[in-house]
Design a protein. Structure first.
Lengths: 851, 222
């Protein structure tokens, strides 16, 4: 019975207020667009991973180890690999072209067999991979060609081996840009591996075997069966499903966190909806009172306006979803270098439906609070505008409406993050940030009003006073604009501090070139070479590879077999034979601590190790916790087959972020000197060219010595950080867009009011120029106040991130923050003036007549 | 048709009690046309609000067509208004977002009734047959008030309350509107309660009640 009236009335009412309602609509459009874009993109990414999973690994099963496979493992590989087996031998080596000048640390893979079984290695030219095995050829990442300044057809030197460059890699299995960012890849045929002479003692070489199974055999079952057996031999087994699961989890997490950033834009839109609805209801007071006079119940009136809000929410969400689908086409470009697979850009319908549903829900939930007050507009208000309303008790529906908003934020965040704890943390953080921003805005607005100097020109005072005109939306606008700015500023501060730290690490007095894998006999001539070129050489740091034989009297195998007493891994789970127990340790020995470490328990030894007794060692505190050892506990190490008994003397906190040789375990001098070992030395050369030249000399004379230009690593990390930040910033921009829309909405809603104000002012003698100045003052203040509130908060958040999360000193990029201030003021003034052209242009009579 | 008994309304204003309607009692027969007159601030509009159930009295009772308003909650009173009461306001109070025709349709549509033929007929009756698709802003004051009158009669009310219906109109237009009310009163047998401070307009009614300082000081029927 009621519904037709409600629908008709909602339609007729809405029809006449399209402009105002359109802005209400647009408030949530940006948020829905961001949400749909991210979720659609993540869905596509995950389905692409699913489709291309086998080509990610390139086989059904892979076995890998940092040592030669044992005869029993080889026998197993023979049995399993009857359908097909391929091998990669991976190691780092200095690559250069003899006729060129440069040199570069590359990730070399020597290929044997028909790798990959699934997918392909796409190359340019296209047949380079197929012909790789036909001779001493090399297929490389194009970045290697660029950095060495060479071309296909040139001869590449790897140690003593020489390879003709026949192609560049376009796409290869497991191709995730991050890995190749640290060193370009070089593929060579395995049968020429020996010619390089690089796989010698001390070199870190990974052997991988790729298996193709007969149809119907389960890789999972095989992995399940052999994993425990091969774990003791430190062989790792991966299946397509493992890769897919890991990648899928990672992508889901990425999608979810980016989705939360998008959700912020949507919630800000909700705030815009609430504010616009509040003003809308105020403007509709008389209409509602008349409806009540002619017999509409409170419920009918409420239903009319909720229907309008829902319709507008739906329209805004559909528009946002369409926009999101369009934006989604851009995301793969923004993120391409981080993606392991080709991603389709087809719209994901579940993401579209969820986006529209979420937008609709947010619009309704946030509109309800102001709309419940519409129920309480008495019919008497139609009779007399100044009706003397006797104070009413607080609306009992207010609390449920507020609770609905809180529950919606929590629910949507939980839905987006997939975990209620994350959802709760997000909801609380958002609530807190909104509250702080609200507080900061409130203080600023009131401070302006209170301390506005009376000697200021009239137009400024009037403009600033306008912030508090009746039915103003100043707080909502400051909040919506400010939150976007806060997000962007915080992100920028985090990025700036991270990168700044990275740059300072390579400061003017720090070593910036590392040589490692130096054999003892090469040490003296190499140091001479470097000094001869005019550069300093640090004290050589010896490195001795070793493994754990036993901890506190129990062998690694025994501990691994006993899950109950097994050491905990980094995530706190007990895992039989944890990484800490099985890994290869590259330890050193010395008598003093270095700058990048700090003793947190026990004492550094005063004397070298005494023969016969246990050797004092110092452990990284986290690693000690993983192994479950304390000061005084004993560990027996297997140093190239020789057992060495040690006792933990102290624990250290190590700053791994510093580009220095850092160690999990340091032995007291006197015990390892005769063990097989390699050395690391550091030097500092002023520029990239000098470093390149030095690296080249060393690479040519000492083929097994690898060197790393620290600045290249810094560049790679910087590129990575920048790309990740770019993705987050892209989504965060939607929050700012929402803020701009909310501002435009507020400008539009108050247009009529401002027109009357300016008509009055013009009647009293104000010129158009003065009216324009008033408008400028008002919106300049809005832009600046929101930016200041945002910056205050962002500085707090940035400091907290730097201090607690990154453990860095906090630095403030004043210029950039001032620029943000300027941009915000510009945006606000732009929108304000654009929406006020009428206000300035109209003649007073036109405005007063309201035509 | 309408009976009020010892009707009193007191407001709290600036911490002081202000009695704007004092102990008013009278009764109207069906088809009556009564004018409530008095100077500004004498409590006319407040009394009208109480009689129409737009507000609750501090004490006293109102009975409208046999129904005691005091026993009804807000929504029940709204439904009663929808069925039995029509309103005309000084400032017309047309819904600005609705056309003239749609404004007239609202009371019937609220009750889920077919509204268009009746609304068209009523607009013709008030002489605005060709203005149905105009918005209030496109109509003159007199035309707006005639639309309001058509709206007031659309649900065939048993009683019509008019609050200074001529207050915003020039004398001639005002008289035309009140004459129109008289015609409708005769043709439909609707009881009319007219609040005005204009003696000429009041003289068009058949009974006059005069208020001063919230109290009833004269009733022409007494």
């Amino acid at each position: 019975m009621i519904a037709p009236f409600v629908l008709r009335m909602a339609w007729r009412e809405g029809r006449a207020a399209t402009r105002r309602l359109a802005l209400l609509t647009a408030s949530i459009t940006a948020g829905v667009a961001a949400l749909v874009a991210i979720n659609s993109f993540t869905d596509n990414l995950r389905s692409s991973v699913q489709d291309q999973a086998r080509s990610l690994l390139g086989a059904d099963l892979s076995f890998s180890s940092l040592q030669e496979f044992s005869p029993s493992t080889e026998a197993l590989l023979d049995t399993l690999g009857q359908e097909g087996i391929a091998r990669l031998t991976n190691f780092g080596a200095m690559a250069y072209v003899p006729r060129g000048a440069g040199v570069r640390l590359a990730q070399v893979s020597a290929v044997a067999g028909p790798y990959p079984f699934y997918g392909d290695v796409a190359t340019a030219p296209a047949d380079a991979w197929r012909t790789l095995q036909h001779g001493p050829f090399a297929v490389v990442d194009s970045t290697l060609l660029t950095s060495l300044g060479v071309h296909l057809g040139d001869t590449l030197a790897l140690g003593d081996g020489r390879f003709v460059l026949t192609g560049t890699i376009v796409r290869a299995p497991g191709d995730a840009g991050v890995r190749s960012a640290l060193g370009p890849r070089v593929f060579i045929p395995a049968r020429y591996l020996a010619s390089t002479g690089l796989v010698s003692f001390g070199a870190r070489v990974e052997r991988e075997a790729f298996i193709r199974l007969a149809p119907g055999r389960s890789a999972e079952a095989i992995a399940e069966r052999y994993r425990p057996l091969l774990r003791d031999q430190r062989v790792r087994i991966r299946t397509v499903a493992d890769d897919q699961r890991n990648l899928d989890n990672a992508l889901q997490r990425l999608g979810r966190y980016l989705g939360l950033v998008a959700l912020i834009a949507l919630l800000l839109g909700g705030l815009g909806v609430a504010s616009a609805t509040h003003v809308y209801v105020r403007q509709k007071t008389e209409t509602i009172a008349v409806l009540r006079c002619v017999g509409a119940t409170a419920g009918q009136v409420f239903a009319v306006y909720v229907t309008q809000a829902a319709a507008m929410g739906l329209a805004g969400s559909v528009l946002g979803a369409a926009l999101g689908v369009a934006i989604q086409q851009l995301l793969p470009h923004v993120l391409s270098s981080l993606l392991p697979v080709d991603v389709s850009t087809a719209p994901s319908w579940p993401a579209v439906v969820v986006g529209i549903g979420t937008g609709l829900w947010v619009a309704i939930a946030f509109a309800l609070l102001p709309l419940i007050s519409a129920r309480r507009i008495p019919p008497l208000a139609a009779l007399r505008q100044d009706f003397d309303e006797t104070p009413r008790p607080r609306d009992p529906w207010r609390l449920p409406a507020l609770a609905l908003i809180a529950a919606s934020v929590l629910g949507l965040a939980t839905l987006q993050s997939g975990r209620w704890t994350t959802g709760l943390a997000f909801a609380v953080a958002i609530g807190l940030a909104v509250l702080l921003l609200w507080g900061a805005s409130w203080v600023l607005v009131h401070a302006v009003r209170r301390w506005l100097p009376p000697q200021w020109p009239y137009v400024w005072r009037q403009g600033l006073a306008n912030l508090q005109r009746p039915a103003n939306q100043t707080m909502a606008v400051l909040l919506a604009l400010g939150f976007g700015a806060f997000l962007l500023a915080t992100l920028f501060l985090a990025q700036y501090n991270l990168l700044q730290e990275l740059r300072l690490v390579g400061g003017p007095d720090r070593p910036n070139l590392v040589f490692f894998d130096i054999q003892p006999a090469q040490l003296a001539p190499l140091a001479r070479e470097v000094r001869g070129a005019g550069y300093p050489v640090t004290t050589p740091v010896p490195i001795v590879p070793m493994r754990i034989y036993s901890v506190k009297g129990r062998t690694a195998e025994q501990i691994a077999a006993d899950t109950l007493r097994a050491p905990r891994d980094r995530s706190g789970r007990r895992s039989a034979g944890g990484w800490a127990l099985r890994r290869e340790y590259r330890s050193t020995y010395r008598d003093t601590t270095v700058a990048s470490e700090r003793i947190v328990a026990g004492h550094w030894w005063k004397h070298p190790a005494i023969s016969g007794g246990p050797v004092p060692i110092s452990m990284d505190a986290d690693m000690a916790a993983d192994l479950g050892v304390r000061i005084g506990d004993t560990i027996v190490w297997d140093v190239q087959g020789t057992p060495v008994l040690t006792q933990v003397a102290n624990l250290r906190d190590v700053d791994w972020a510093r580009f220095e040789p850092n160690f999990f375990v340091v032995f007291a001098a006197g015990a390892l000197e005769s063990a097989p070992q390699t050395y690391v030395v550091l030097t500092r050369a002023p520029d990239a060219r000098a470093r390149g030249a030095l690296q080249r000399i060393v690479a040519e004379r000492y083929a097994n010595v690898t060197s790393l230009d620290v600045s290249l690593v810094q560049d790679a990390v910087e590129r990575l950080v920048n790309r990740v930040v770019l993705a987050i910033r892209f989504i965060a921009l939607f929050s700012l867009a929402t803020g701009a829309v909310v501002l435009a909405g507020a400008v539009s809603t108050s247009r009529f009011q401002r027109m009357r104000e300016s008509a009055l002012l013009k009647t009293l003698g104000a010129t158009r120029r003065q009216v324009l100045q008033i408008v400028l003052a008002e919106y300049l203040a809005i832009g600046l106040l929101s930016a200041v509130a945002a910056l205050v908060l962002a500085l707090g958040a940035g400091w907290a991130l730097a201090h607690f999360l990154f453990d860095l000193p906090f630095r403030v990029p004043i210029g950039a923050l001032l620029a943000l201030l300027g941009v915000m003021a510009g945006v606000a003034v732009g929108i304000g003036v654009w929406g006020s052209v009428d206000v300035v242009r109209r003649t007073p009579l036109e405005a007063l007549r309201g035509t | 048709m309408l009976r009020c008994e010892s009707l009193t309304k007191t407001y709290l204003s600036g911490g002081r009690e202000l009695t704007v309607v004092k102990d008013i009692s009278f009764a109207l027969e069906p088809g009556a046309f009564v004018a409530i007159v008095g100077p500004s601030g004498s409590g006319k509009t407040t009394l009208l609000g109480l009689l129409a159930g737009l507000d609750r009295a501090t004490s006293g009772t109102v009975e409208l067509d046999g129904v005691s308003l005091d026993a009804l909650d807000e929504d029940a009173r709204a439904r009663l208004r929808g069925e039995k009461v029509g309103f005309v306001f000084q400032s017309f109070q047309l819904i600005p977002t609705l056309t003239a025709l749609e404004n007239v349709q609202v009371p019937l549509e609220l009750r889920g009734l077919s509204a268009r033929p009746r609304a068209t007929e009523l607009l013709a009756r008030v002489g605005l047959a060709d203005r149905g698709h105009h918005y209030p802003a496109q109509l003159s004051g007199g035309e707006q008030q005639r639309v309001a009158l058509a709206r007031a009669f659309s649900n065939r009310p048993r009683i019509l309350f008019a609050d200074e219906p001529t207050g915003n109109l020039d004398a001639r237009t005002g008289a035309t509107v009140v004459e129109l009310m008289g015609e409708l009163n005769r043709d439909f047998g609707t009881t009319i309660v007219l609040v005005t401070h204009d003696a000429d307009i009041a003289s068009l009614s058949r009974r006059t009640i005069r208020l001063a300082d919230g109290a009833m000081v004269w009733d022409s029927a007494a």
